[in-house]
Design a protein around this ligand. Sequence first.
Ligand SMILES: Cc1ncc(COP(=O)(O)O)c(C=O)c1O
Length: 411
Amino acid sequence: MDKLAVLGGEPVRKTPLSFFKVNLGEEETSNVVEVLKSGNLVQTHGKWANLFGELAKEYLGSKYSVIANNGTSTMHLALIALEIGPGDEVICSPLGWISSGTVCLYQNAVPIYADVDPIFGFIDPEDVVKKITPRTKAVSVVHTWGLPADLDPLVEICEERDILIIEDAAEALGATYKNRKVGTIGTFGSFSTVWNKIITTGEGGFLVTDEEDLAKRAKHFGNFAKVPNKGDYFDGLGYNYRMTELMGALGVAQIKMIDHLIEKRQNNADYLTKQIDSLGINGVHPAYQPSYGKGVFWKYTIRLDLVNYKVSRNEIVRALKAEGIQCDAPVLPDNMQPLYENQTVYGTTHCPWDCKYYKGPKEIDYTNMTPIAKEYSDRAIWLTGCGPHLTKVDLDSIVLALEKVLKWYQR
Ligand SMILES: Cc1ncc(COP(=O)(O)O)c(C=O)c1O
């Protein structure tokens, strides 16, 4: 057996394979140059950011879009538009990104985390039911790592109880659930176009919805709550969440490439899955597609049965990195982050938990709220960003390094 690079052997790759790589074409450059020459850099004075919003909503088949400076602002705007605030609870997904919960805190609302299924890491509808209280206003479901979460059971649960669904599809632009694009099934769908996402505008994001009033409200509060055609006149607590024209110009070019980018990602993922399956190694699970939809594999995530290995998941990650594969791994589910241990959000108060409008428990045990998510995050490895830039040689090197490391450490 070849000695592992982490132990002083030869690495599988001499040049490390980067996890993410931005895909930019010629049109991005020419659009950006056009913006610069026009001198209109702000959304309110130009055409590009709005045009990107139009193209995004057409791509998804939604009626309205709201373009913003990132995919955290969009989640925040969704809560503002839905008038979620003090006293309310939102059920969040523990695996994805911290923003799902922080935007609730921005609104002085309380995030409550539901546990996940052990295979995909999607929020588990059965646990959602257990976490619902009279205070629950919305469920925020993440399409984790670019795969579509199973929405029908959640829709049924939420419709029966008049609870809204916000789809956090930041990682999953173009993924489908029963032939519908994710992000178009909940009241709002939220997307990020930060540099490493399916398409990019550097930073950036957008919301989609079919409800005109909600779209108007989200747009209004993302533009300072400034009333149109009235000068400097503001009718609420607004934010500057506008996208710049430079970002919009990138987005317009990027969204034209999306089908091609996604096809490459899906082919890469299919290839990796076949190759990993054919290794016949015990205790490794490739990133399978859920039967009801198609993912876009923002991160290609494998899971290990740790009983099969002599070392921890983190040591396996370290060994893979030494082989030249820049993989990564989750650290903690969002609810186990120090943010929720410290609970110091608004100065020295204990709001939103101590907010006089909040009638839920003052002490919430965030640490033990999602044991399956904790187990998932201890055994998962993000093997690659699975991006369109990967060649067959790159993919083969990933599989080779995985085989080398897992066989070395196998019990
Ligand atoms: C699931 C999820 N939600 C929200 C965000 C936040 O998006 P942004 O970084 O654009 O604020 C991200 C990623 O960055 C994400 O992965």
